[in-house]
Structure formats: C-alpha cells, structure tokens
Design a protein around this ligand. Structure first.
Ligand code: SF4
Length: 97
C-alpha cells in the first residue's frame, strides 16, 4: 500500500469556496487535564485509575494511545478505553504512522 504523503498546510474544504482554515501538521503540544481548578474535564483514564499521571500529549515526548485529536475550542477527542487506532477510520488520520 502506498504511503500517504504528509500534507503541508492543507486547506480544509467547507464547500462553497470557503477554504479558510489550514490544517498544519506536526504541532508539538502539551495537553493534559491536571488542572481541575481551571474548570477542565477529567481524564477518564486517570479517573478509572485514581491517578493524575496520564496526559493527552507531552511536548517532544508522546501522544496518549487514546488521543484522537482536538476540536475547537479546546476539546480533546478521547477514545478511552478503546485505543485510538482501533476506533479512528483511515480518513480521520492525516498520514501513515
Ligand atoms: S487522550 Fe483521553 S485517556 Fe489519554 S490522557 Fe487524554 S483524556 Fe486521558
């Protein structure tokens, strides 16, 4: 199977010529739900284990096996307890892993 090329600054088609948003690959993010005082939700994996160690993305280090992306404004799409690659469809992944 041919590898998908990594898209560079792909414009997202909203129809009617409204391609106003770029999908810029390779962001390097820190995302976690460790600050409940900030009003964020709780990570279901941390809740199940009674811990606070799991993080969605750690800059330069890792991405959680349940992390399925981010949706505006700041919602994490999480597939816990099913691993992301068992849930995401091929067209929801932007390149070969
Ligand atoms: S992706 Fe889901 S399970 Fe993983 S750290 Fe984030 S909220 Fe928790």
């Amino acid at each position: 199977m041919a590898r998908k090329a990594a898209p560079e600054n792909v414009m997202i088609d909203h129809g009617e010529g409204k391609n106003r948003i770029r999908k810029i690959i390779g962001s390097n993010m820190d995302i976690d739900f460790s600050n409940e005082a900030f009003g964020n939700s709780q990570c279901p994996w941390n809740a199940a284990e009674g811990t606070n160690i799991h993080k969605c993305a750690v800059k330069n280090t890792s991405i959680c096996k349940y992390f399925c992306g981010v949706q505006y404004l700041d919602s994490v799409l999480c597939s816990y307890p099913a691993e992301n690659l068992t849930v995401l469809k091929p067209d929801e992944i932007d390149r070969d892993l």
